[in-house]
Design a protein around this ligand. Structure first.
Ligand SMILES: CC(C)(COP(=O)(O)OP(=O)(O)OC[C@H]1O[C@@H](n2cnc3c(N)ncnc32)[C@H](O)[C@@H]1OP(=O)(O)O)[C@@H](O)C(=O)NCCC(=O)NCCS
Length: 270
């Protein structure tokens, strides 16, 4: 998906942590009420990973039995073994900044955006699942679903620079694959049809956009860079570089030679 905006001070070769610290220091100076909170979660932390894991542990432990420090220790152990963990986190932060017109501060994504936080929790749960620690992975899925209203099965495979916008009501099934640079709006279901077992969930290819409320059902593909309009129900594979809409979804438009041309396919749809 083409970026909507890019921040000049956040070029890809620049680390985001100094930018986040500067944003937090400016916010603390603007409003003293926020000072303690920002010191605790950002200004007193030594790097992006520590800040993220503190925030996740704080949000996920609240009201539950497993202690915050146990979560924090466990998350840090998982992160230490994840390949390129910090790069993945930065790529997800940049995805939100570039694709969400309302976002102006990386700090806010880190501290508040529940789609971003649910995705980071999933990355930890997925690593635990792959290591055979399925009980802990399911516990995190359950806490994440309760706290962030985003239900992602720990086995689901999710690439980098993925953006879950708002994220309320998102459901992502066990055998789903989401490739890099995909964006999902709230209330999206990537689910099974209820008619088959095994590999039964959608495969969302690079750069696709799935609009709010869309339901993608079955082991079908949404092709690279395709868009699914809000509230569509998709039950057949969608080719790359098209826009689909409706119930059931039909092709509305197709990108040709770099331009979006509208055309309508009647009858058999996609
Ligand atoms: C489909 C979408 C990507 C726009 O694609 P587009 O190719 O630019 O399409 P257009 O806006 O030119 O509309 C093309 C046709 O599709 C229709 N259309 C657009 N969105 C639709 C939808 N969700 N359902 C049904 N029809 C839709 C338009 O009415 C138009 O119909 P017409 O040709 O009869 O006038 C966009 O409408 C959409 O749904 N984006 C999802 C964004 C979202 O979820 N936002 C929530 C933010 S909180």
């Amino acid at each position: 998906m083409r970026p909507i905006k890019q921040r000049a001070d956040a070029a890809p070769d620049k680390s985001l942590w100094p930018i986040i610290c500067r944003e937090a220091a400016e916010a603390a100076a603007r409003d003293p009420v926020m000072g303690l909170f920002l010191r605790y979660f950002i200004l007193d932390r030594k790097n992006l990973q520590e800040a993220l894991l503190m925030r996740l542990a704080e949000r996920l432990h609240y009201g539950a039995i497993i202690d915050k420090n146990v979560l924090l220790f466990s998350f840090a152990a998982v992160f230490a073994r994840l390949k390129q963990a910090e790069n993945l986190v930065e790529a997800d932060l940049r995805a939100v900044m570039e694709r969400d017109p309302a976002t102006t501060h990386f700090m806010n994504i880190l501290l508040y955006y529940k789609g971003f936080q649910a995705l980071q929790t999933h990355r930890i749960a997925h690593a635990l699942w792959q290591d055979g620690r399925k009980d802990f992975a399911c516990y995190l899925q359950s806490r994440s679903s309760a706290v962030f209203q985003t239900d992602i099965h720990p086995a689901a495979q999710i690439g980098k620079a993925v953006f879950l916008d708002h994220a309320t009501g998102v459901v992502i099934g066990e055998t789903t694959i989401i490739e890099d640079n995909v964006s999902l709006l709230h209330e999206v279901t990537l689910g099974g049809t209820g008619k088959s077992g095994g590999d039964r969930h959608p495969k969302i290819r690079r750069g696709a956009l799935i609009g709010a409320g869309a339901k993608i059902l079955g082991n079908i593909e949404i092709g690279a860079d395709s868009k699914v309009a809000a509230n569509s129900v998709v039950v057949k594979t969608v080719p790359p570089h098209v826009t689909v809409a409706g119930v059931p979804a039909r092709i509305l438009s197709k990108a040709e030679a770099g331009a979006m041309n509208l055309f309508f396919i009647g009858g058999d749809g996609i």
